[in-house]
Design a protein around this ligand. Structure first.
Ligand code: PMP
Length: 454
């Protein structure tokens, strides 16, 4: 009999079909609205990722507030996806909503700074460390611009990324390791550039593979998350980050730390909590409380090298920017979020809730004898349908069980709990209640009962 993550494939298919039908039956208004209104979109959705949810069709959201999201059929769902981190501090945090209301009558985009921009720059350094900041709109863009700076100041071509990583739709980082060789990921749309000229992949937690790549002398930057979060979560082995820092310095490659997901770690992100020392720091998604904003900052040393480079380049397009970035709404939201929402008190609540969730899920995994494990990075919790801990991207890919995960996600949603698609990630916001966490654990237990009990 075919088994996936300790569950029979037939049982998974049966459960997924049952839960899919239940989801469909409970959403007549959603179905009617999609039938009438989805035609205007390529593929029927405004952004193609929205087809990747494991439900038969997407939920149409009526509203969301705090840790609850409500669909147009009136289902009030406990939201542990929280926009896949964009709303990690809860939907519409009141200080951010107030800042939006105050700015909304004062202009939305100027291509000029404000006094709030100056305050935001100070707050960014207070929260994340004394870097020289730039404001972008998406973490994708922030990573792209960081890479340009790294190439500019080192004069080298390649970015080193880890097998299984995700840093947004950054073309250069869309590579993987296959039989020990770097190659473009197979699913890329319209890919024409030879990415192996621009990037090299190594395995996470494998400093020897990093050094082998750096030793060729053509690597401008190591771009990494502190913890791999975009496949099944992989924690750094003791000494891995110290080793990366040391190797980056020795081979003059800049160390770019992408904190976009690990900002869950605690105040200042994983970098601050664990004392990392990046050359360039990137964070997006929730940094302005859900207003589309990303920031990237360079160390003083990189800033000085870049100033020399900048003075010597011909005038003209830099390849960095985007018109709507660094707008007054972003500054207002950054100030509100950094000073009133991203606080030690809120992180303490998130941490306590996530510890409760992690313990609750672990107990159920043990109770059913599931060959799974649970990982937590601050407010971010994930169950992985394979034994752990995982060491690298190759192991993470092997641990990913799409059919089983999709069935579980459907089961959880029908029991009132939304978790992130693509992986089994759950976030705890400062306003997520114990009751919500306990409901999620109970829903998980019920789903495991259906999958495992004979
Ligand atoms: N970096 C990391 C680590 C991410 O997880 C993501 C998105 N999941 C990004 C960058 C890109 O963020 P965005 O989609 O907002 O550009």
């Amino acid at each position: 009999q075919d088994m996936i993550g300790g569950v029979s494939a037939a049982r998974i298919a049966e459960f997924a079909a049952f839960e899919g039908e239940r989801y469909r039956a409970a959403r007549p208004r959603t179905r009617a609205a999609l039938d009438a209104g989805a035609k205007g979109y390529l593929g029927g959705v405004p952004m193609h990722w929205m087809r990747d949810w494991p439900q038969p069709f997407p939920m149409l959201v009526a509203r969301a507030k705090g840790s609850v999201i409500e669909d147009i059929d009136g289902h009030r769902i406990d939201d542990f996806c929280l926009g896949d981190t964009g709303s990690m501090f809860g939907h519409s945090p009141p200080p951010v909503a107030r800042a939006i209301r105050a700015q909304s009558g004062q202009g939305l985009t100027y291509m000029l700074p404000t006094e709030a921009a100056l305050a935001a720059g100070q707050l960014l350094s207070e929260r994340f460390g004394p870097m020289r900041w730039q404001i972008a709109t998406t973490a994708t863009d922030a990573n792209r611009f960081a890479l340009r700076v790294a190439r500019a100041v080192t004069g080298k071509t390649k970015v080193l990324v880890f097998n299984g990583c995700y840093h947004g739709t950054v073309d250069d980082a869309m590579v993987r390791l296959h039989d020990g060789q770097t190659e473009a990921r197979p699913g890329l749309v319209g890919q024409v550039a030879d990415l192996t000229q621009l990037a090299v992949a190594a395995e996470f937690n494998d400093l020897a593979s990093v050094e082998a790549a750096l030793a060729k002398g053509d690597v401008a930057a190591i771009l990494t998350e502190p913890v791999m979060t975009n496949s099944c979560m992989v924690l750094p082995a003791p000494g891995f980050h110290a080793g990366l820092r040391e190797l980056a310095t020795r081979y003059d490659a800049l160390l770019i730390i992408d904190e976009t997901h690990t900002i869950s770690s605690g105040l200042g992100g994983y970098t601050r909590v664990h004392g990392l020392n990046p050359d360039i720091f990137v964070v997006g998604k929730c940094v302005a409380g859900g207003m589309p904003t990303a920031v990237w900052g360079v160390s003083d040393a990189v800033a000085a090298r870049f100033a020399d480079y900048d003075a010597s380049r011909p005038s003209g397009h830099s390849g960095m920017g985007t018109t709507l970035s660094a707008n007054p709404m972003q500054f207002a939201c950054l100030v509100a979020n950094l000073s009133e929402v991203m606080t030690p008190e809120n992180y303490a609540r998130m941490e306590a809730g996530a510890a409760r969730l992690s313990a609750g899920l672990t107990k159920q995994v043990e109770r059913f004898g599931a060959p799974w494990h649970v990982v937590r990075v601050g407010a971010r919790v994930e169950f992985i349908c394979a034994p752990g801990p995982l060491q690298n991207g190759a192991e993470a890919e092997g641990a990913h069980k799409p059919a089983l995960e999709a069935a579980i996600h459907r089961g959880l949603l029908n029991r009132g709990c939304l978790i992130a698609p693509f992986h089994n990630m759950m976030l705890i916001s400062p306003v997520t209640t114990k009751a919500q966490i306990d409901r999620l654990v109970a829903a998980f237990a019920d789903v495991l009962g259906h999958l495992f009990e004979t």
